[in-house]
Design a protein around this ligand. Structure first.
Ligand code: F6R
Length: 601
């Protein structure tokens, strides 16, 4: 979360370069943004000080009113924020500065001991103007500068921080950018007479393909070329390390909305081809993963949010199809379940972005225990991609909407195929996936979408929504609820059909809607009984099923495509969520308080 970008070099438009970089990083947080540029300008009688510009909200078309773009500058840093400490205000936006506004810092992470550091700095007479944890960093550097040089001041300030952090610091008295990281990703781009620093390689590849993926506890000093070079140092000591840049061999696909109004709906429509691609091209990769599962003593799926739901459906699919037990854990909880991990354990990490810190952290700990990591991600070169022993890329294309859709469908397709491959039924899996892709395509036809839009309209005025399913449809219910709540802000709960009567049914009253997943499997009759229980209390039932039941007030037919039904049925929920957001006039692509890449704990 939070995007960091920095530039030092021969170009005189450093502020604009940083702004363009930030636009590419906006998916990491869009509460506010800011840029600090080192300016030499006679109009301002400035001989190397900083001008800082900060705004609340999304970057959007900020070139239109971006004041810093009118000044020459060879060095600038910027930040797009996902708020952790302190509200969404201009004062809390980054960059943050010291008492004299001579040092500027952008930060990704959480300074866990910031209160303690702030108390110490207040006693020393430092003045704070924000509510953020970040602000302690420039003041610490300011304090250190009284007795040492800039780079070592940054190093010592960084060493004093607890938690997982990445920082970029600049100082009016120097033409260097100093970068340090432990946790959140930072990549250095080495160009011709210029350096870049970015939270994601996407912000760098259009300028240079020569990069350094900084490791944890590394620090970099970027001088202004040609005089200033690059130094890589270890933390906490600051010992010199050898620089081994990597050459990026891929380019990024720039995603546009095409004929669609939003990325979310565009990505939903891309799903038939995502599924077909897995059916057609993944056999050998999936066979490799199947072998790893067979050789391991204990397989664990981990993921966050939607990725967790995909893994959780694996519990059921593996049991049902392959008769194999796997464990699935919410990634952020996996640390507390790690005691039984051994060298023979296999962790299958699911992550669209490949950057989620809640996934990265337990993987680091599992690696220390010698367990094997198999990453299933959608992002080449991401942190999880690079740290894994084995990789599988989903190749679903860039997912821009914050709410994950096609990556979920891709992950469940892989897991479903894996379950069949484990019992030698690869061709059966392929046929099921191909039928599933066709069924998703049918669901995306104008007629079905029009029906779904009508249901979405009715749902969008609800105060709360429920979704139930049993067996593999239980994860579908969880995913449906997550999709609806995150893009509509309507409290929505997904639960196992059988759990209703253990408490939640108390919340059902006249007109409360409940989405019921009722595929033609062993759960059909029981889940219909649960629907009847809800209806008896005044609830309104939205049935998603191959077979219309009397209890349904609204019905969306999802044809029976065997175990592929568990994939297709979720697409209806995605469409409901999207059209509800549209009815509510909300930004479906960038829901409030969220970010596409979650890099803080
Ligand atoms: C919900 C959603 C999130 C992500 C979660 C993990 O629609 O997108 O719940 O699934 O933040 O992200 P990745 O898959 O990038 O690790």
């Amino acid at each position: 979360m939070c995007g960091i970008y920095g530039y030092v070099g021969h170009k005189s438009e450093a502020a604009n370069t940083v702004l363009d970089g930030l636009k590419l990083l906006e998916y990491r947080g869009y509460d506010s943004w800011g840029v600090a540029a080192k300016i030499k300008d006679e109009r301002l009688e400035m001989k190397g000080g900083f001008l800082t510009e900060k705004h609340v909200g999304k970057i959007g078309d900020s070139h239109l009113n971006f004041q810093l773009s009118t000044f020459n500058s060879h060095l600038a840093i910027g930040h797009t924020r996902w708020a952790t400490h302190g509200g969404v205000t201009v004062a809390n936006a980054h960059p943050h500065t010291d008492c004299k506004a001579q040092i500027a810092v952008v930060h990704n992470g959480i300074v866990e001991n910031f209160q303690e550091l702030k108390t110490y700095l207040l006693k020393k007479g430092h003045k704070f103007i924000s509510e953020t944890d970040t602000e302690v960093i420039p003041h610490l550097i300011e304090e250190n500068l009284k007795r040492e040089g800039f780079a070592s001041s940054v190093r010592d300030a960084f060493n004093a921080l607890r938690g997982l952090n990445a920082i970029v610091a600049v100082n009016a008295g120097s033409s260097e950018i100093v970068v340090a990281k432990n946790g959140s990703p930072l990549i250095i781009g080495i160009g011709d007479q210029e350096f870049f620093v970015s939270s994601d390689v996407i912000g760098i590849v259009e300028h240079t393909k020569k990069v350094i993926f900084l490791k944890d506890l590394e620090m970099v000093i970027l001088g202004n070329p040609p005089a200033g070079g690059i130094q890589l140092l270890s933390l906490p000591e600051g010992n010199k390390l050898e620089i081994k840049p990597e050459q990026i061999t891929w380019s990024y696909e720039i995603s546009t909305k095409g004929k669609f109004d939003d990325f979310m709906i565009k990505e939903i429509h891309e799903q038939p081809n995502v599924v077909r691609n897995i059916a057609g091209n993944y056999t050998s990769q999936i066979e490799k993963l199947a072998k790893e599962i067979q050789n391991s003593k204990g397989t664990f799926f981990i993921g966050a949010g939607t990725a967790y739901h995909a893994g959780f459906s694996g519990n059921y699919l593996f049991s049902k199809i392959a008769k194999i037990h796997v464990n699935t854990s919410v990634a952020s909880e996996f640390n507390y379940l790690e005691d039984f991990l051994t060298r023979d354990s296999l962790i299958i990490a699911l992550s669209q972005s490949g950057e989620t810190i809640d996934v990265v952290e337990p993987l680091n700990r599992a690696k220390k225990k010698g367990s094997k990591i198999f990453a299933i991600t959608n992002t080449l070169g991401s942190t999880i991609y690079r740290m894994a022993d084995y990789n599988m890329l989903l190749n679903a294309g860039p997912e821009k909407a914050v709410a994950s859709t096609k990556a979920y469908i891709a992950k469940v397709s892989v897991i479903l195929m894996l379950a069949y491959v484990l019992i030698g039924k690869t061709n059966e899996a392929k046929n099921i996936l191909l039928k599933t892709a066709d069924e998703i395509e049918r669901l995306l036809s104008e007629t079905t979408v029009d029906d779904i839009k009508k249901i979405a309209k009715a749902l969008s005025v609800s105060k709360n929504v429920y979704a139930i399913g049993r067996g593999v449809s239980y994860p579908s219910a969880l995913e449906a609820a997550l999709k609806i709540k995150e893009v509509t802000y309507i409290p929505t709960e997904g639960l196992a059909g059988g759990e209703l009567k253990h408490g939640t049914i108390a919340l059902i009253s006249k007109g409360v809607p409940c989405i019921v997943f009722a595929p033609m499997d062993e759960t059909y009759e029981s889940v219909i009984s649960n629907a009847i229980e809800i209806k008896s209390r005044g609830g309104v039932i939205i049935g998603i099923s191959p077979k219309k039941a009397e209890v349904f007030d609204h019905f969306v037919e999802v044809k029976d495509v065997d175990s592929g039904s568990y994939i297709a049925q979720v697409v209806v929920a995605q469409l409901l969520a999207y059209y509800m957001a549209i009815d509510l006039k909300l930004d479906a692509d960038k829901p409030r308080n969220l970010a596409k890449s979650v890099t803080v704990k």
